[in-house]
Structure formats: C-alpha cells, structure tokens
Ligand binder design. Structure first.
Ligand SMILES: O=C(O)c1cc(=O)[nH]c(=O)n1[C@@H]1O[C@H](COP(=O)(O)O)[C@@H](O)[C@H]1O
Length: 275
C-alpha cells in the first residue's frame, strides 16, 4: 500500500489526525537514560509504543539524530515502527532540496536507507530538484509551503507574478504549482504551520483535498480549533497535525511514557472535537 492510501486508512481506522514528532534532545530525557548506552533509540521507542494508538503518523526529525551521531538509532527506530506498528506511516523530516543528481541521493537516503514512507522537501530549487522524490509514487513528498516559524513571511509572503499573470504571495504560488503541476502521482502534501490560520484557509482554497502537514501546535502555540476549522477537508480529514516537544517532554519523570500518551490522546480528542 502506498503512503497516501496508508495515511487515509489510518485516519479512518484509528480516528486520529495526530502525528507525533520524534525530536530527541538527551538533555530533556528522564534521569533513567543518563547512562543508557542506547538512550536515543530507547527513549524514542518508548514514546512510539506509548503514543501509537493515538497517531496517524510518526515524524522523526533527522537533524536531531544526525547532530548526535545517532543515524543508526534513527534507522532502527523506523524499522521498529514498521515492525511493531504496521499501518502507521513514517514521515522523515529532512527538508531536502538540491540539484537533481544530488536529490536522487537524498531520495535514496530517505526511502531506501531509512525506509521512510514520506519525506519533507524544500521546493525552492524547482521541479527537477523534487522530481527524484515525486517519481517514487508509492512514497509521500511533503513540500514546504507556509512554514510555522516567525520569519516564514520574510520570503514566502513576497508578492510574485503568478503562472497566470496574477499577483499573489509566493507561498500561494507554491501551493498552486504543486497542486497543478507536481502532483501527477497524487503523492504530494504541503507543510502549512499551525501558527497561521488565515494562510491555512487560503492554501486549502487553492489545493482542494491535498493533505497538509501542520506543525506548530503545542510548543509553538498554534491554536488547534483554528487549525481544524480553517484547514480540514469536507470529510473532516486532510490534516496531519504534528507535535513534538509537547508530547515527548510532557514529563521528565518516570511517568514520561504515560504523560506522552496522555498528551497525544488529548490532542487527538481536541482535534476530533472540531472536525
Ligand atoms: O517540516 C516540518 O516538520 C516543520 C515545518 C515547519 O514549518 N515548522 C516546524 O516546526 N517543522 C518541524 O516540526 C517540529 C515542531 O516541533 P515542536 O514545536 O516541538 O512541536 C520540528 O521538528 C520542526 O523542525
């Protein structure tokens, strides 16, 4: 089953639009991991196992592993998710973007080395830079559109002459180009931050039912009700609402796994209230 089909299946089967982001920061781990020889893997595995019933996807963030020299832990973690929780797709957050010949290696890194079901990508080098991802039609390509961070508008809001001669902000042209030209295999998603409800609504109006990855709830303060009401599709889905720190580090005590599960369940319930 391809990524999009797996995601839709999981939305239905588990009745959840929550994604748990796996962003390990050892300084925030509970004390029991202090001298643990495999702390990054063990902590993330515990979070995965505790939160799995409440998620439609997991999203490991590659820099959090690579900066620690823990790529091997990332490989094993994704293998664990596939083995222990089949049916929950993995989105590798690596925000890649480079000339085609190099992008092929990034696609192979995400899909072959790490066995991710989807990967985040940066669109600003253009179609050929994303093609090596797009052509893997059974995998998802999650493309930055209007990011969650405070400086998102610095460049993404600049007004451009669109493909049809109409002036619009760059992020809206990105949405339009991807929906019209890049999504031939139906395997594209867009990243739109939870911190920008008005932009969520704008992008939804442009792209129809294309799913959004929506980071920015929890630690970044995005409003769940505003996200759901502005960005859900007509059938009450279309969203992968991702939270990392607010789930992973809900407790630094011995109850860390239970606290993470409770945070994921609460987010699921809050989202479902407004669907
Ligand atoms: O592509 C992403 O996942 C992403 C895009 C974006 O616009 N904003 C954003 O925060 N992210 C990622 O989502 C995660 C958010 O983490 P929390 O703020 O702790 O929930 C981080 O791993 C970010 O790198």
């Amino acid at each position: 089953m391809g990524f999009m089909q797996a995601l839709r299946q999981r939305w239905t089967d588990a009745d959840t639009l929550v994604c748990v982001g796996l962003d390990p920061e050892p300084s925030k781990f509970p004390a029991r991991f202090n001298d643990h020889p495999d702390a990054v893997f063990a902590f993330c595995r515990d979070i995965v196992d505790a939160t799995a019933p409440y998620v439609c996807a997991f999203k490991p963030q590659i820099a959090h592993f690579a900066a620690l020299g823990a790529e091997d832990a990332l490989e094993r973690l994704i293998a664990h998710i596939h083995a222990a929780h089949p049916g929950i797709p993995v989105i590798l957050d690596s925000k890649r973007g480079d000339i085609g010949s190099t992008a092929r290696h990034y696609a192979s890194e995400a899909f072959d080395r790490y066995a991710a079901d989807a990967v985040t990508a940066n669109p600003y080098l253009g179609r050929d830079s994303v093609e090596p991802f797009l052509e893997r039609s059974d995998r998802g390509v999650v493309i930055l559109c209007r990011t969650s961070n405070p400086g998102a508008g610095d460049l993404q809001d600049l007004v451009v002459n669109g493909d049809d001669g109409t002036q619009r902000p760059l992020y809206q042209q990105v949405a339009r180009t991807i929906a019209r030209d890049w999504n031939g295999h139906g395997n594209c998603m867009l990243v739109v931050g939870a911190t920008w409800p008005a932009q969520l609504r704008e992008v939804r109006a442009i792209v129809g039912d294309m799913p959004f990855l929506v980071p920015g709830v929890g630690a970044q303060g995005g409003d769940v009700q505003a996200v759901v009401e502005n960005a859900r599709t007509a059938d009450g889905t279309g969203l992968v609402v991702s939270s990392s720190r607010a789930v992973l580090y809900a407790s630094a005590g011995e109850d860390y796994a239970d606290a993470a599960a409770a945070a994921a369940r609460t987010l699921r319930d809050e989202i479902n209230l407004y669907r």
